[in-house]
Design a protein around this ligand. Structure first.
Ligand SMILES: [Fe+2]
Length: 260
């Protein structure tokens, strides 16, 4: 598996607190079958210091992980706030893409509201050769009410990435329901951990896969956690995944527009 969203790098955001924890997180990932982790510290605003130091911290973590005998490839990326994308030029944005991917950029979706410019932003990024990845859209209250806005973004060139944290209860039942609903609607192309620390409430790939066993076919899980992430890292657009909807649970009522 390849985990395309993790806050494994210490000292850059509210994720991993220190080098020792980073090694524990790396070991847990490797033991659960992850071969590559894309390290995606939050970037709430353009910060030259964070962007510059992330590479140095990554090198330090790589050294510690290797010294600990853990077979895990680490790549650098960022979880980029939409305000950053709106405010900086394409050259700066290129510095925020997933290392080696030729354009994959992880965008943090807001939890509330829906920026009116997002569709245009995605279209502009796609036209410039980026592959915009929308992180955890299942946590957004507008998406929880209706898939229409997200569908527009996918048509404009985005791909959607659901994350394990949404199944842990920390973001409520609506996030969990929407996680499954978006999968059943074929809108999710990537599954990732969004790990923030060591063994924090199921925010890792292993527990997520255990929850999804029997609900999503083994073949689809391989696409969502391995072949699609591989495509993303190779600079290709991940494939759509339309699972057997009979398997994916419909958790409670599905709220549609004006139905909240
Ligand atoms: Fe994240």
């Amino acid at each position: 598996m390849i985990d395309t969203h993790s806050h494994l790098l210490p000292g850059l955001d509210h994720g991993c607190p220190d080098l020792q924890t980073a090694v524990l997180m790396a070991r847990e990932a490797a033991e659960s079958g992850v071969s590559t982790v894309v390290c995606t510290p939050h970037l709430p605003e353009w910060d030259e210091g964070v962007v510059g130091s992330a590479g140095l911290i990554l090198e330090k973590v790589r050294g510690e992980v290797t010294a600990a005998g853990i077979a895990l490839e680490l790549r650098l990326g960022f979880e980029v706030d939409l305000g950053v994308v709106a405010g900086v030029d394409m050259v700066k944005l290129a510095a925020l893409t997933v290392e080696g991917s030729r354009g994959a950029i992880i965008l943090e979706m807001p939890y509330y509201g829906w920026p009116p410019f997002i569709r245009e932003m995605i279209f502009r990024l796609s036209a410039a050769g980026f592959v915009p990845v929308l992180a955890h859209p299942e946590r957004n209250e507008r998406v929880q009410r209706s898939s229409d806005l997200l569908a527009d973004c996918l048509k404009a060139g985005a791909v959607a990435q659901a994350t394990a944290g949404s199944l842990g209860g920390a973001f409520g039942r609506d996030a969990e329901r929407t996680f499954f609903r978006l999968i059943s609607e074929g809108m999710i192309s990537l599954l990732a951990s969004d790990a923030h620390s060591f063994r924090r409430e199921g925010w890792t790939m292993g527990p997520m896969l255990r929850v999804l066993q029997g609900k999503v076919s083994r073949e689809d899980l391989v696409v969502l956690t391995d072949s699609n992430p591989r495509k993303l890292l190779a600079g290709e657009r991940p494939a759509e995944v339309n699972p057997d909807t009979g398997r994916v649970p419909r958790m409670g009522r599905t709220r549609r527009k004006n139905g909240r």
